[in-house]
Design a protein around this ligand. Structure first.
Ligand SMILES: *Cc1c(COP(=O)(O)O)cnc(C)c1O
Length: 225
C-alpha cells in the first residue's frame, strides 16, 4: 500500500483519538520511522506530506541523510552509543534517547548548537528496555543544567509489548504525570512540553493520554499489505 494511503488512515485514527478526549489534531506530530524501509520509501513519505523521519541506528540515518539532507526533520530514536554521537550530531534535529550523563556530556561536547533532546524513561521497568527509572528522572534532568547545548524538549518512552489496553494506558499516563512534574520545575533548559510516545500498535491510546509526538513505523511506511 502507498504511504499516502496509509497516512490518510493514520490521520483519521489520530482525529478520532483526539476527538475522544477533546484535543486538537494539530498538536500531534507524526514521525515516520523508516528504519526498516528503503530511502525510496522515505521519499514517498515526504511526498505524502510527512515532514518528520525517525531512524534508530547511525548507519540507517546517514544512508538516508546523504540523499535527503535536511529536507525532512530528523529524529534519532534508538539507543545511542556514546562513540556514535559524532556520526549523527550534525544531521539530527531531535534525539529521543537521552538516558545517561555520559551521553549528555558527549552530545554537549560535539554539538555546535542546541540539540533538542527527549529523556528516555523506562516506565514499565522492563529489564530489556533502556531509559531511566521514573524516580530518577527529575534529578537527572536537574543535572543537565551545565550542558548549554542540550535542551530537554520532553520525555520519551516505549510501552511494554502487550495488547492490554490498561497496561499501555497506565504507562503513558505515568509518563505524562512525570512530564508535568518536570515542567513544574520551570527549568529554562528543560521546558519539557513534549511527550514522545505511541507506535504502530498503541498510538491512539498514547494520544488519548497526551502524546505530542508519535513514532510510527510499520503502520505508516511498512511495505507489507
Ligand atoms: C521501531 C521503533 C518505532 C516504530 O515501531 P512500529 O511498531 O513499527 O511503529 C518507534 N519507536 C522506536 C524507538 C523504535 O525503535
Amino acid at each position: 500500500m502507498k504511504v499516502a494511503t496509509k497516512f490518510e488512515q493514520i490521520k483519521k485514527q489520530i482525529n478520532e483519538a483526539c476527538r475522544k478526549v477533546g484535543r486538537d489534531p494539530h498538536d500531534i506530530t507524526v514521525i515516520a520511522v523508516t528504519k526498516y524501509v528503503s530511502t525510496e520509501r522515505a521519499i514517498e513519505a515526504l511526498e505524502a506530506g510527512i515532514e518528520h523521519l525517525g531512524e534508530n541506528r547511525d548507519t540507517g540515518l546517514i544512508e538516508k541523510w546523504n540523499i535527503l539532507k535536511d529536507k525532512p526533520c530528523w529524529h534519532f530514536i534508538g539507543t545511542l552509543q556514546t562513540r556514535k554521537v559524532k556520526n549523527i550530531i550534525d544531521k539530527v534535529d531531535y534525539i529521543h534517547s537521552l538516558d545517561r550523563l555520559s551521553l549528555a556530556e558527549e552530545i554537549n561536547k560535539r554539538a555546535n548548537h542546541k540539540i533538542k533532546c527527549f529523556v528516555q524513561v523506562n516506565v514499565s521497568k522492563e529489564e530489556s528496555k533502556h531509559g531511566l527509572d521514573p524516580e530518577n528522572v527529575v534529578d537527572f534532568i536537574q543535572s543537565l543544567r551545565p550542558f548549554e547545548n542540550i535542551i530537554v524538549e520532553g520525555l520519551m518512552t516505549m510501552a511494554p509489548f502487550t495488547d492490554d489496553e490498561k497496561v499501555l494506558r497506565k504507562c503513558f499516563k505515568e509518563l505524562r504525570e512525570l512530564r508535568n512534574q518536570v515542567q513544574a520545575c520551570q527549568l529554562d533548559f528543560a521546558p519539557c512540553t513534549e511527550l514522545s510516545m505511541g507506535m504502530s500498535n498503541d498510538f491512539m491510546i498514547a494520544i488519548e493520554e497526551g502524546a505530542t509526538m508519535v513514532r510510527i513505523g510499520t503502520a505508516l511506511v511498512g511495505e507489507d499489505g
